[in-house]
Ligand binder design. Structure first.
Ligand code: FAD
Ligand code: SIN
Length: 501
C-alpha cells in the first residue's frame, strides 16, 4: 500500500516537473515526448554526417526511440556526403559473390599495422569485427547495392565497397539514410525531428548525468533541448586553422578537402565537459588533392579519390617523368614520397590513368574532367611536359604493366596500360598535391561509444560520441574507407548503448 502511494506521489512529481518545464521555458521548442516509449526525452544527436545518420536511424528504426538531430549547417551530410571511394567491410556477401578472400582478422591486422602503435586496439578490433554487419545493414535496411570493390592503400584485399550506378558512395549512402529520417519526420514528428542551422554550444550535466543540450538557432537565439542522452557526431577539425595550429602546426599551410563546418566544435566541447582527447596530433594528409590548373593556390581542393589509384592509377614525378613510389602504400608513406621526391616549390605529382581505369570509374572521372581537373590525352602529348621522351614514358608504362615484380613492390596492378603501350596510347592525367584530409584524434571512447575521462571512466551517464569526433579507432594513420565504416559501426553502437539503458 505504502509502495503504491509512493509510486503515485512520484508520478505526480514527474508530471508537475514536465508541466513546469513546458510552460516556464519560453525558448524551449521541445515536442512532447513519445510517452509510449520508455524515453521521456528524445535522444539528441549532434551532427548529420554518416555517424549522426547511422545513430539516428538505428535509434528510430530498431529501438523506436525519439530523436532530435541538430546540425549547424543548412543541409544534411557533413563531410560524409563527399566520400568518393567507399566503405570497408571484411567477409561481406559482396566479397563472397566476387570470390574475394578476406576476414575480420586480416582487416584488423591491416588496421593495426597502419596505426603504428597509436590508437586503441580494442576499438580497431570492433571496427573490423562489425564491418560485415555494417555493410549488410546498409544493404538490407536501405537497399544500397554496395556491389563493387576496390583495394585501397594498406589493405591486403579488395574490401572498399561502392555501388554500381551513377552516385558516388558518400552521396548515395547519406541520401538513403537522410531520406529515411526525412520521411519519418513528416509521418511521425514526435519520433524524428531534424533541426538545421542549429549550432550546439553546450551540454548541461548535473550529478554526472546529461540534462540538456544548448544550441543557437538560425536567428542566433539560444535554445535548449532537455535530454538524458546526447551523441556527439560532429566530425573532425581539418578545416580549422586554429586547431591545426594547436595540434599540428606543420600542416597549417596545407590545403584541405574538408568542408568549412569541420572545425572541431565537438572535441572542444567534450574536453570542456571532462572528456579526454587522444591522438590529437595525428592528422592525416591525403597524398592526392587535385590541383585546379585555373586556381593552383586554392586552399580547398577536390579530392582525387584513392579509388583512382586502387583501380589502377599511377603517380609520376614531374622532375623525372617516372614512377617513384608504390601508389598503394598507406597514405602517410605516399605523402612522404611526394614531399621528399617531387618539386619542393609546389609538392606536385601527376596522377596517370589508363582507358581501363576510366571505364571502371567513368562517372567519377567524367566529373573530374568536367571540373577540368583531369584531361584525356596521349602518352606522346603528355611526355612533352616531362623531361623524358614519349618512347621512354611508354616503356615506363609497359614495364609497370608487365613486370613480374613491380619495382616498388606494388601488388595490385589491375587496369594497367598494356604491354603494347606507345606514344598513341590514351591516358587520363591530373595534377595532385598532398592535402589535410582527416583528423584521427578526438574524444576517447570505449566499445560502447561512451565518452571517457582521463581515468578511463565514462564522463557522464548519457554522453556518447561516434565518427570522426572520436579518437583511437585509426591510430596514427587511417586506412581509406574506414571512416565511413567507423561512422556506421560506432553510430549504431551508440544507439544500442542508449537503448539498453
Ligand atoms: P561529418 O560527416 O563531417 O559530419 C559532421 C556534422 O557535424 C557536420 O554536418 C557539421 O555541420 C556538424 N557539426 C559540427 N559541429 C557542430 C555543432 N557545434 N553543432 C551542430 N552541428 C555541428 N571516408 C571513407 O571511409 N571513405 C571515403 O571514400 C571517403 N572519402 C572522403 C572524401 C572527402 C572529400 C572527404 C573530405 C572525406 C572522405 N572520407 C571518406 C572521410 C569521411 O567522409 C569523413 O571522415 C566521415 O564521413 C566523417 O563523418 P562524421 O559523421 O563523423 O562527420
Ligand atoms: C578517398 O576517396 O581517397 C578517400 C577515402 C577515405 O578518406 O577513406
Amino acid at each position: 500500500m505504502l509502495t503504491t502511494r509512493r509510486l503515485l506521489v512520484g508520478l505526480f512529481g514527474v508530471f508537475v516537473v514536465l508541466l513546469l518545464r513546458s510552460s516556464n521555458n519560453s525558448n524551449s521548442n521541445n515536442q512532447l515526448p513519445d510517452m509510449s516509449s520508455k524515453f521521456s526525452t528524445p535522444v539528441v544527436i549532434i551532427g548529420s554526417g554518416l555517424a549522426g545518420l547511422s545513430t539516428a536511424n538505428q535509434l528510430v528504426l530498431k529501438h523506436k526511440v525519439p530523436i532530435v538531430l541538430l546540425d549547424k549547417a543548412s543541409s544534411l551530410g557533413g563531410n560524409s556526403i563527399k566520400a568518393s571511394s567507399g566503405i570497408n567491410g571484411a567477409f561481406t556477401s559482396t566479397q563472397k559473390k566476387l570470390a574475394v578472400e578476406d576476414s575480420a582478422a586480416a582487416f584488423y591486422q591491416d588496421t593495426v599495422s597502419s596505426a603504428k602503435s597509436a590508437g586503441v586496439p580494442s576499438l580497431m578490433s570492433k571496427l573490423a569485427k562489425d564491418s560485415a554487419s555494417a555493410i549488410s545493414w546498409l544493404q538490407a535496411e536501405f537497399g544500397l547495392k554496395l556491389d563493387l570493390l576496390a583495394q585501397l592503400g594498406g589493405h591486403s584485399a579488395p574490401r572498399t565497397h561502392r555501388s554500381s550506378g551513377k552516385l558516388p558512395p558518400g552521396f548515395e549512402i547519406v541520401q538513403a539514410l537522410s531520406n529515411s529520417l526525412k520521411s519519418l519526420s513528416e509521418s511521425d514528428p514526435a519520433l524524428v525531428q531534424i533541426r538545421l542551422n542549429s549550432q550546439v554550444f553546450d551540454v548541461e550535466i548535473i550529478h554526472n548525468k546529461v540534462q540538456a543540450v544548448k544550441y543557437y538557432d538560425s536567428d542566433g537565439v539560444s535554445q535548449r533541448v532537455d535530454t538524458n542522452n546526447v551523441v556527439f557526431c560532429s566530425g573532425g577539425f581539418g578545416f580549422s586553422k586554429k586547431m591545426l595550429k594547436k595540434y599540428a602546426p606543420e600542416l597549417e599551410s596545407l590545403p584541405t578537402t574538408n568542408g568549412a563546418q569541420t572545425t572541431g566544435d565537438g572535441q572542444e566541447l567534450l574536453e570542456n565537459l571532462g572528456g579526454q582527447l587522444i591522438d590529437m596530433t595525428q592528422v592525416q594528409v591525403h597524398p592526392t588533392g587535385f590541383i585546379d590548373p585555373n586556381d593552383r593556390q586554392k586552399g580547398w581542393k577536390f579530392l582525387a579519390a584513392e579509388a583512382l589509384r586502387g583501380l589502377g592509377g599511377i603517380l609520376v614525378n614531374p622532375t623525372t617523368g617516372r614512377r617513384f613510389v608504390n601508389e598503394l602504400s598507406t597514405r602517410d608513406l605516399v605523402t612522404e614520397a611526394i614531399q621528399s621526391q617531387c618539386p619542393k616549390d609546389d609538392n606536385r605529382a601527376y596522377l596517370v590513368m589508363s582507358e581501363a581505369v576510366y571505364q571502371n570509374y567513368k562517372n567519377n572521372i567524367d566529373f573530374y574532367m568536367f571540373k577540368k581537373l583531369v584531361r584525356k590525352t596521349t602518352v606522346g602529348e603528355f611526355a612533352e611536359e616531362l623531361p623524358i621522351s614519349a618512347a621512354e614514358l611508354a616503356a615506363e608504362l609497359r614495364d609497370y604493366s608487365s613486370a613480374q615484380q613491380d619495382k616498388f613492390a606494388r601488388v595490385s596492378r589491375i587496369n594497367a596500360f598494356g604491354t603494347g603501350a606507345d606514344a598513341s596510347t590514351v591516358v587520363y592525367v591530373g595534377e595532385i598535391t598532398p592535402v589535410v584530409h582527416f583528423t584521427m584524434g578526438g574524444a576517447r571512447i570505449n566499445e560502447l561509444a561512451e565518452v571517457l575521462n582521463k581515468d578511463g571512466k565514462p564522463v557522464a551517464e548519457g554522453l556518447y560520441a561516434a565518427g570522426e569526433v572520436s579518437g583511437g579507432v585509426h591510430g596514427a594513420n587511417r586506412l581509406g574507407g574506414s571512416s565511413l565504416l567507423e561512422c556506421v559501426v560506432f553510430g549504431r553502437t551508440a544507439a544500442d548503448s542508449v537503448a539498453k539503458l
